[in-house]
Design a protein around this ligand. Structure first.
Ligand SMILES: [Zn+2]
Length: 82
């Protein structure tokens, strides 16, 4: 993680003038900072399809930090991904 995510955040902020929303396009750009897996939006979190880390979304801004994430069990994650 690092450069890519912060560059992405800056771009979004510029183009939306501070109004950051999660949309499909952004989800496609986002990757898990730990394993680079794909991210799926679930209710109020972003879940890595690969390592099952759930990242919080605070005021519409995804917090893609491994230390902020919560690691779900495979069972929990599969339930949410359905
Ligand atoms: Zn992951």
């Amino acid at each position: 993680m690092g450069k890519e995510i912060s560059a992405w955040a800056e771009n979004v902020e510029d183009s939306l003038n501070g109004l950051i929303m999660i949309n499909k396009e952004l989800l496609e750009i986002l990757a898990c900072p730990v394993c680079k897996g794909n991210i799926t939006e679930i209710t109020d979190k972003l879940l890595c399809n690969n390592c099952y880390r759930a990242y919080p979304v605070v005021e519409n801004i995804p917090v893609m930090l491994s230390e902020e994430s919560e690691i779900l069990t495979k069972e929990e994650a599969e339930k949410l991904l359905k």
